[in-house]
Design a protein around this ligand. Structure first.
Ligand code: DGJ
Length: 697
């Protein structure tokens, strides 16, 4: 008899798929199984007829099918002229399986459509699924949706989701998952600040180190829709896909549409171990550069000088930065054409004669003489109406002809799907990188798409997103050593697909350390610490207006990709001394910080937060404790439990204060003691923190 269930096993996770029927059904995704008992697994998925329902209870397949009687939201929606074939029903065509991957093709010969599923379980335990639909008929098929659905066991009674806004990204929210539906729709044309494409289902009361958790991410930098639903019969699922505007994807005969990849992770030990699988996924696919442990300490000029590019002042800034130990000088917005403010110049990618009469070379070589490399800011997808480019090619803007365009930050989006515009941008960026010694590009994108329309008149976000990937890929192929940062007014474009072609993300425009602590914690649910740019800013935060001591600002940045973003010329000497200490501390611990496992802890009190990093071999750990607000009165001593170390090993624990000076030895504890009883925590003032250093003895 042909085997019905395919068992994929990798990285401590099992995924069991029924590939015997029309569209594959995930019948188990979770704990690793030694063997599978088909009958008992199938009994949990194929339910008897429900009273009042149709005669079969259709399973929740990877693409649930209305045509089969499934009442979950259909995974494939679309139609042919006259509304025909809106509810296809697929039959299995073929499948090929290996130990960790499965390719299935399904066909509906009436609707003349086929589906191809690529399912693999990576060695780090992340499940990856992509689907493609092909129009085998002779008429057009207008596609509304093709999304990927993951069934979730009923014991998952909570959802953890992320939301946000400019300068306040990655807010974590927990809510019940017992009835109804939660949905998140992003129409901003980028990954978005508002709706990061990540959703977690969790066993009730699961936390950072306990309970079963299932997380799913859509690796896509355009529009998306996420859904978590509980059906009336109690079955639960997550669904993730690109959000397509009506008519955006029109499949001509023989053409296809492929979904973005869904990356999904599971752990029976809470969110922190599950996040490692997401982190591993990013690390495995990052464009290969100098290696994670060699990420350079950056100085970014934005909050230091904004548009006030004065070469003398910048040279001085570079000297101060180099003296503190900075390794890369990044010249932000304001260096090109007429760009003296945010109303002008985008699209004219040549060095401003007014500000740099001798070009950038003198500044670059000054920076290099100081021992740093040079990076530069660009925003290629945009055009200012006050630019030579727009005056020559107004038709290159991504607008809807006949309508007054909606502006954002005084700018329009360029239509990358229009070949001449694409070629122009490639050429300008290629020239910039060929004519100057540039090690790093900060690739910004500062406004959403609104009514973005292609030459055909159809919505453009899907094609624009693919064109953006193509532009970066082509540039990378020509300049493989240049590192790229994905920035979109801070954290508006952070996802695993952009991180296949960029090395760093600018997590937020807010560098207020209190807010950053929360932003970075939320982002670490699905991206590793070392890709998050984190800068020490000015004493008074430019986005919130709050003041913070330098040690606390530094402590909130050193666990990530460290940088500075302040006018060093205005810093008092003691502040410069602290920044120098922080940079040297970062360099001393860079290996573990940038290649270890990021950990988050559940604190007893909401007034503090704790996170850190464990070395892969668990011989060393750095754990930060930060005090966000006043300690709540009446609280007795607090303890921080540190699960996940080597239970038998003995750790010597010492503490750094926020001046990064080697502090007191606290004592020696076994991994098992640290897990069961934890470390007794010092009383801290708000806006301060400490770092515990644990080393095996
Ligand atoms: C938005 C970015 O997030 C900032 O860091 C800065 O680069 C500005 N754009 C420049 O216009």
């Amino acid at each position: 008899m042909r085997q019905r269930l395919i068992h994929l096993r990798n990285g401590g996770v099992s995924v069991v798929v029924d590939a015997s029927i029309g569209v594959p059904v995930i019948v188990h995704w979770g704990r690793e199984l030694e063997s599978i008992d088909e009958e008992s697994i199938l009994a949990t998925v194929y339910l008897p007829k429900q009273p009042g329902g149709v005669d079969v209870t259709a399973p929740i397949a990877i693409v649930p099918q209305h045509g089969e009687g499934c009442l979950a939201r259909p995974g494939l929606a679309g139609h042919r002229p006259g509304g025909r074939h809106f509810a296809p029903r697929f039959g299995l065509q073929n499948f090929e399986a290996s130990k960790s991957s499965l390719v299935v093709t399904s066909i509906d010969s009436i609707a003349e459509l086929s589906l191809r599923f690529e399912i693999s379980l990576r060695e780090w335990g992340a499940l990856s699924i992509k689907t493609k639909v092909t129009n085998n008929g002779e008429s057009r098929y207008l596609l509304d949706t093709l999304s990927i659905t993951l069934p979730i066991p009923q014991l998952a009674e909570e959802l953890l989701t992320l939301s946000g806004r400019w300068a306040d990204e990655f807010d974590m929210h927990r809510q019940g998952f017992n009835h109804g539906a939660w949905t998140s729709e992003n129409r901003s044309g980028r990954t978005s600040h508002e709706h990061p494409p990540v959703v977690w289902a969790m066993q009730a009361n699961a936390n950072e180190w306990s309970g079963e958790v299932w997380g799913a991410h859509l690796a896509w930098s355009g529009n998306h829709v996420l859904l978590a639903e509980v059906l009336a019969d109690g079955r639960k699922y997550l669904q993730l896909g690109e959000l397509l505007t009506a008519g955006e994807i029109c499949l001509e005969p023989s053409s296809s549409y492929s979904t973005p990849e869904v990356v999904a992770v599971y752990s029976s030990h809470g969110l922190t171990p599950a996040s490692w699988k997401f982190h591993h996924n990013v690390r495995a696919n990052l464009p290969n550069q100098t290696g994670p442990s060699r990420r350079k300490v950056v100085l970014n000029t934005w909050e230091a000088v904004y548009f006030d590019h004065d070469e003398k002042r910048l040279r001085k800034l570079a000297e101060l930065a180099a003296d503190l130990g900075v390794e890369r000088f990044v010249l932000d917005d304001g260096w090109f054409s007429s760009r003296r403010n945010d109303r002008s110049g985008l699209g004219d990618w040549w060095v401003s004669n007014e500000v740099y009469p001798n070009g950038l070379k003198p500044l670059i070589s000054h920076v290099q003489t100081l021992g740093m490399d040079f990076g530069i800011w660009v925003e290629p997808e945009m055009v200012s109406e006050d630019s030579q480019l727009f005056r020559s090619h107004p038709e290159w803007a991504l607008v809807s002809p006949g309508y007054e365009p909606i502006r954002g930050r005084n700018q329009l989006v360029l239509n990358l799907t229009y070949e001449p515009a694409f070629e122009y941008l490639f050429l300008k960026l290629h020239e910039l990188l060929s004519q100057n010694e540039i090690a790093f590009l900060k690739w910004d994108m500062n406004r959403p798409h609104v009514q973005a329309t292609m030459a055909s008149g159809a919505a453009a976000t899907h094609e624009q997103t693919l064109a953006l990937y193509k532009l970066i890929d082509r540039l990378r192929a020509e300049h493989p050593k240049v590192e790229i940062e994905s920035c979109s007014s801070g954290g508006g474009r952070i996802d695993h697909e952009i991180l296949r072609r960029t090395n760093r993300v600018w997590t937020s425009d807010c560098i207020d350390p209190i807010r950053r602590q929360k932003i970075q914690r939320g982002a670490s649910l699905f991206i590793p610490n070392e890709v998050m740019g984190a800068h020490i800013g000015a004493e008074v935060s430019h986005t919130t207006g709050f003041s913070h001591p330098v040690g606390f600002r530094a402590l909130s940045a050193v666990f990530y990709h460290l940088g500075l973003e302040l006018d060093l010329g205005k810093c008092p000497t003691d502040e410069l001394v602290s920044i120098r200490e922080a940079i040297s501390w970062f360099k001393n611990h860079r290996d573990i910080l940038q290649s270890g496992d990021a950990v988050r802890f559940d604190c007893q009190s909401a007034s503090n937060l704790s996170h850190g990093v464990y070395s892969k071999d668990r011989n060393e750990a750095l754990v930060a404790l930060v005090q966000l607000t006043e300690m709540i009165q009446g609280n007795g001593p607090q303890f921080l439990r540190l699960p996940g170390l080597n239970a038998q090993a003995k750790y010597q624990v010492s503490m750094f204060d926020s001046n990064f000076l080697p502090g007191d030895r606290i004592g020696e504890f076994s991994g098992s003691q640290l897990e069961k009883f934890g470390l007794s925590l010092p009383k801290l003032r708000p806006n301060s923190g400490v770092i515990f250093h644990l080393r095996c003895v």
